[in-house]
Design a protein around this ligand. Structure first.
Ligand SMILES: Cc1cc2nc3c(=O)[nH]c(=O)nc-3n(C[C@H](O)[C@H](O)[C@H](O)COP(=O)(O)OP(=O)(O)OC[C@H]3O[C@@H](n4cnc5c(N)ncnc54)[C@H](O)[C@@H]3O)c2cc1C
Ligand SMILES: Cc1cc2nc3c(=O)[nH]c(=O)nc-3n(C[C@H](O)[C@H](O)[C@H](O)COP(=O)(O)O)c2cc1C
Length: 775
């Protein structure tokens, strides 16, 4: 086979040598525009696993690389005058030049032709090649030429970075944060050979411009960074080896993804193929240092697939299809993790640097990619994590006994006003459709009672309605009369008598989504009842579903009546003894429908800009707050994202949270969606937590995260990183009333309080999980 690799970076060189090593008869050329030892950049990082993959294919290259590695285990943070270090992170670094030299030497030894100082225009210069590998890096000319087939998506990110080096040695991987009058800068620093370290300096574009760095030369930029990081550098100089680069030495990261990775170009033989590899087909932000790893693993995989097919020219198309199929999955996984880490560095200056204390900032930094959770941090460095847990417990008001097992953040108390929850787990409101005339009965006593016995810190009722016509379905609960109040009081009394849990009521009005079936009845959820429908009200006369019942637009008299109904419910809730009240302003129900521009088309003072659309929900909040005991907290559930173009966005959610905070809200419960049937939500693990995180830091108010939080590890990492104060768990609680007690046992925490009659189940469950962990 005749193979030409255009671009002699890690991808092109590794593929060339692996193919030649496996099949010496191949005629392989690597074409590179630079001179042999001329390259950009300093050190690169990759993992032991990549090296093992390489070793399986060519142990000589792997051995040579390993001999030149700098290994390090610790991550160190320098932040606000503090230095914090945690271990067990296991990285390896190597100079980029050194890596390329090893690959070049191995290519030469095997007989791969290396052609330097040659600019390749495209594949047409090698019409007789069977396979052309476009390993020409992030700005790939070949990818651009065939953009119609490859369909690249290129996203330019807002931060600026400069890739520098220094002769100072760093034992750990070091992050240095420095604040200037215009904002925060961060440096990512790691040693890669006996005397040299990479020093990448990064900041938001606005901060970069405010310092005039957009017009600074490379020398001026280096002088600026030396002054900024003088404390860390302690006299060491920063160095650039990108002086040949045109334009600013400060770059914006570009994420590259391609739909198609290869094509048939024909050539003279008719079977020539072109394939993209490495940065040409995908990039991953340096925040998790994986670009070189991906480039090498592309080369290893493609060479392996050719080996499996016997290196037959006739199979090239099939091999390339398989290469894309296999690599695309792994690449996407890494790109997602790199994306999270990259976003963390983009927003940390604005969101976390000023608000988080160094201990919590370190935790947030370590979990930035969201691939590493709480228990994984324990595995990496138990001492550091337990120190953090004790710090967090003390911050939560616990007296810390250093001899005892530390309390995981999930099991620390949380106080608002005069109410203290025993832990951070909330049974999220979940409609059960089991009431008659709005009166909760035996089902609710068992349902809510069991979940209080099951260890959650706060048990919320489902949406409970201030009048009969405010209900979603005829089976929904109410709080408009004394019978309902007394039925709730019985449940509240049970929870208080039998468990340490608190119990909260969620008050809400269905608005345009009322008078419908339970999900399992007739035509299903959100559909009008088969019979006995009641008239609906909403901010505007628009149905939720295109063919649904059309509500009447509320007038002032309606607004007064509904507000007074909520106030009556609030008084009844206080009489029933509830500890917490949540105003439901989410999911397209009445108050949510006022807030979203998708559902509010009013032309009075309650329509138009967000400020106006919030007027009635805020009026409602103030009236309810005034009727609710001052020592009891009130939260507001919002849809922080409508997931529809033109709807509420997470930035709006911050403004909404600020407005509720100003009228006395204690916490914002950040849900999303269900406002429009057109929604296109992006689901995934903990998918709504970014909203709680953003609201918490930008609006400066406590938050509850909810949505696909399914493990103790999720709760611990969300709460520890300060992304939310509480975690609401809905569906997992349907299957496991004792979800909290079970999750405690799963992670080996034995300090939970079990109901006394259940105590003999505790050691057994703990022992079973202990056995599972150690097997
Ligand atoms: C600041 C920064 C830090 C990074 N840190 C890390 C890290 O810590 N760990 C990590 O794994 N990765 C890191 N990377 C990414 C890493 O450098 C790349 O992902 C990796 O080099 C990709 O290898 P490649 O072979 O695909 O492309 P490249 O290394 O870019 O090689 C492409 C080669 O093609 C040549 N070329 C391009 N066009 C032509 C042409 N028309 N004719 C001839 N030759 C051509 C170029 O000169 C170049 O040598 C970092 C990147 C940056 C920007
Ligand atoms: C059966 C069911 C009923 C629900 N009813 C309500 C409700 O009454 N009020 C509310 O705010 N959210 C309600 N939700 C949404 C949940 O509180 C929660 O936000 C959502 O299910 C996502 O959390 P999860 O991934 O843990 O299930 C309901 C969810 C389910 C599954």
């Amino acid at each position: 086979m005749k193979i030409v690799c255009i671009g002699g970076g890690p991808a092109g060189l590794a593929f060339g040598l692996l193919m030649k090593q496996a099949h010496p008869a191949h005629d392989i050329t690597v074409v590179e525009r630079n001179r042999p030892y001329d390259t950009f950049g300093w050190g690169v990082v990759f993992s032991d696993a990549t090296l093992e993959n390489l070793r399986a294919a060519d142990h000589e290259t792997a051995d040579a690389i390993e001999a030149s590695f700098a290994h390090w285990d610790d991550i160190e943070l320098q932040f606000k005058g503090r230095t914090i270090r945690s271990g067990g992170h296991g990285f390896v670094g190597i100079g980029r030049k050194k890596l390329l030299n090893i690959l070049q030497a191995r290519c030469e030894a095997l007989g791969v032709k290396l052609v330097f100082e040659t600019e390749a225009e495209d594949e047409s210069a090698w019409p007789d090649a069977d396979l052309v590998v476009a390993s020409d890096g992030i700005h790939s000319r070949l990818r651009t030429k065939h953009a119609g087939v490859f369909q690249p998506q290129i996203v330019t990110r807002p931060n600026r970075y400069i890739w520098l080096g220094t002769k100072k040695r760093y034992e750990p991987f070091t992050f240095v944060f420095e604040k200037t009058e215009h904002g925060w800068f961060q440096a990512h620093v790691y040693q890669f050979d006996a005397e040299t370290s990479t020093y990448i300096v990064e900041c938001p574009e606005t901060v970069w411009r405010a310092h005039g760095l957009d017009s600074a030369s490379t020398e001026e930029s280096i002088a600026f960074c030396e002054r900024l990081f003088a404390r860390d550098l302690a006299g060491a100089k920063l160095l650039s080896n990108a002086r040949h680069q045109r334009g600013s030495a400060w770059l914006n990261f570009q994420q590259v993804k391609c739909r198609q990775w290869w094509l048939k170009t024909g050539g003279t033989s008719g079977h020539q193929h072109l394939v993209l590899m490495g940065d040409a087909v995908h990039t991953a932000h340096f925040a998790i240092g994986s670009g070189t790893k991906l480039a090498l693993e592309d080369a290893i995989e493609l060479a392996r697939l050719f080996g499996r097919r016997g290196h037959d020219v006739a199979d090239i198309g099939e091999v390339l299809a398989e290469y894309q199929r296999l690599r695309a999955v792994e690449v996407l996984r890494l790109q997602n993790a790199a994306w999270n880490a990259m976003e963390w560095f983009e927003i940390c200056g604005e969101r976390y640097c000023d608000t988080l204390e160094p201990e919590q900032f370190m935790y947030s930094l370590l979990t930035r990619s969201q691939r590493i959770g709480h228990e994984n941090l324990r595995l990496r460095d138990r001492g550091w994590l337990e120190g953090f847990e004790r710090w967090f417990a003390a911050r939560s008001g616990l007296t810390v006994d250093t001899a005892a097992q530390p309390v995981p953040p999930m099991f620390t108390p949380f106080s608002l006003r005069g109410t203290t929850l025993p832990n951070r787990v909330v049974v999220s409101p979940m409609a059960q459709y089991r009431c008659v005339d709005g009166v909760p009965g035996e089902f609710h006593l068992v349902h809510l009672g069991a979940r209080a016995l099951g260890g959650a810190g706060l048990v919320m009722t489902e949406m409970t309605c201030p009048s009969a016509d405010a209900r979603i379905t005829p089976g929904c609960p109410g709080l408009w009369n004394e019978a309902q109040r007394d039925a709730w009081a019985r449940i509240v009394a049970f929870v208080h008598a039998e468990s340490p849990a608190k119990i909260g009521v969620q008050l809400g009005h269905a608005g345009p989504k009322g008078s419908t079936n339970a999900p399992w009845q007739h035509t299903g959820a959100d559909r009008p009842l088969a019979e006995g429908n009641w008239p609906l009200i909403a901010p505007s006369a628009r149905p939720y579903l295109p063919d649904g019942a059309v509500p009447r637009a509320m007038d002032r008299a309606d607004m007064d009546r509904v507000r007074d109904d909520f106030v009556r419910s609030t008084r009844l809730a206080a009489e029933a003894g509830f500890d917490w009240l949540e105003l439901h302003c989410a999911h397209g129900y009445l108050l949510s429908a006022f807030i979203s521009p998708l559902t509010n088309h009013r032309d009075d003072a309650c329509g138009g800009p967000l400020e106006n659309r919030l007027r009635y929900p805020l009026e409602m909040f103030a009236a309810v707050r005034a009727a609710w005991p001052a020592d009891k907290p009130m939260s507001v559930r919002i849809s922080a994202h409508d997931w529809v173009e033109g709807g509420i966005t997470p930035a709006d959610a911050v403004a909404i949270a600020r407005a509720f905070k100003a009228v006395g809200a204690d916490l914002i419960d950040c849900s999303s969606g269900q406002v429009s049937a057109e929604q296109q939500p992006v689901y995934g693990r903990m998918y709504q937590t970014p909203f709680a995180d953003r609201v918490r830091h930008e609006a400066g108010i406590a938050t509850m995260a909810v949505g696909a939080i399914t493990e103790a590890d999720h709760v611990n990492s969300i709460v520890s990183a300060g992304r939310a104060d509480l975690c609401a768990i809905a569906r997992p609680h349907l299957a496991h009333p004792a979800w909290t007690l079970q999750e405690a046992a799963r992670i080996g925490y034995t300090g939970t309080e079990w109901p006394r009659p259940y105590l003999s189940g505790k050691p057994q469950m703990e022992a079973l999980f202990q056995r599972a962990r150690s097997s």
